[in-house]
Design a protein around this ligand. Structure first.
Ligand SMILES: [Zn+2]
Length: 382
């Protein structure tokens, strides 16, 4: 789908780190501010949580290490809240008025892939040794944060996909007791789906996850002009085709925020791919899609607020596919998890039973590997 992109066309890489991450996965404006409901009021938070079917299972929550905060600042990113609300689960939850009655389980996602972006690294003027050290420190910080909340949080491990040290770093990070899977961010890693060597490299890390029996959170969209849905389909065949039992969550409905034409076509490509492989295999693929940052209540760095038509299109597409293909993620701390869920509930016109199915259901592999390794205990109900 040439030239149908990009709803997130960025203004000339004004702020480098924002361009690195796209509209999703970065701090900045508080997306709850345009809310139709006030999340400042404890009674309102309670009412919304009840409407959502109970406390959330959030598969996509970013916690930032001090290096990332410092380095982002160094390239001009402004943070709208105190550092601790980005670096600490406890401070983040307190700042948003959240406790276990609102959120029952969290997957914490590091931003270590940032150090895979050549321009970011160049702007920081750091060498390869420093890059590797910062990736490790970012992963360690997030793993330690998860360990502070052993009954509620697990952590993923991230690494720049194309870095020589990626697999070694993932092995090292996965040794943390509270890490349960890996995060691959193709855009920040500089992956081009039209480049065979990049696809081979990404597929190798996905095969590594399968061999380690740990799930993958995948930011699939590479944000590179000229990529076609045929490239996406070929990537899915190549990278996910061979790993039939690997649990995968594809972030942001396959895009990078918003539900414009490109993201819609990628989501349809993913769903069609799953239909085709499910038809051939003995069991449905455990490949899920998170809808974090897909509906925006206000414009967010190059991505306009979601239109009525986009909300309706998402409702049509999600309902046609079936709620069981989706997992909840909020992309916090950019977004408030209750606000993200409430926006989706309204747009998708979910019944209370459906809301509970979408917002309270864990993808078990992200949580159960802690139990399987005997280092934690069950986090989620059932
Ligand atoms: Zn994210």
């Amino acid at each position: 789908m040439r030239d149908v992109r990009r709803q997130g066309a960025r203004a000339a890489r004004v702020v480098l780190a924002l361009a690195v991450l796209g509209s999703a996965c970065r701090p900045g404006k508080d997306a709850s501010s345009a809310s139709a409901v006030s999340l400042d009021d404890p009674a309102a938070r309670r009412t919304i949580t009840e409407r959502l079917g109970g406390p959330l299972v959030d598969h996509h929550v970013h916690i930032l290490g001090p290096d990332v905060i410092r380095d982002w600042r160094a390239v001009g990113v402004n943070f709208s809240r105190p550092d601790s609300t980005y670096t600490s689960v406890a401070a983040w939850m307190a700042s948003r008025g959240l406790d276990s009655t609102h959120v029952q389980a969290l997957v914490l996602v590091p931003m270590a892939q940032l150090y895979g972006d050549a321009e970011f690294v160049e702007a920081l003027k750091i060498d390869a040794t420093a890059v590797q050290a910062r990736v490790a420190r970012e992963n360690d910080h997030v793993a330690r944060e998860a360990a502070q909340h052993p009954t509620r949080a697990v952590a993923l491990c991230a690494a720049p996909v194309l870095a020589d040290f990626a697999e070694a770093e993932l092995v090292r990070c996965l040794a943390h007791p509270q890490t349960t899977g890996i995060k691959l961010h193709l855009a920040a890693s500089g992956v081009d789906l039209r480049e065979p060597a990049h696809v081979t490299r990404t597929a190798a890390l996905i095969a590594f996850a399968a061999a380690q029996n740990v799930p993958v959170l995948l930011h699939l969209d590479t944000q590179q002009r000229g990529t076609e849905t045929t490239d996406v389909r070929a990537f899915l065949d190549r990278a996910l085709g061979p790993v039939a039992s690997l649990p995968v969550i594809i972030a942001h409905a396959g895009g990078s925020g918003g539900y414009g034409a490109w993201t819609r076509s990628v989501l349809r490509t993913i769903l069609a791919w799953r239909d085709s492989v499910d038809a051939l295999g003995p069991a449905p693929r455990p490949v899920y899609i998170d809808l974090s940052a897909v509906l925006l209540d206000e414009p967010s760095e190059g991505v306009p607020a979601s239109t009525t038509e986009e909300r309706a299109a998402l409702r049509v597409d999600v309902r046609a596919a079936g709620l069981d293909r989706f997992a909840f993620g909020s992309d916090s701390p950019v977004f408030h998890p209750l606000q993200s869920a409430e926006t989706l509930r309204a747009a998708l016109a979910l019944s209370s039973k459906e809301a509970r199915e979408l917002f309270s259901r864990p993808v078990p592999a992200f949580f159960s590997s802690v139990d399987a390794r005997g280092t934690g205990r069950a986090i989620t109900r059932d």
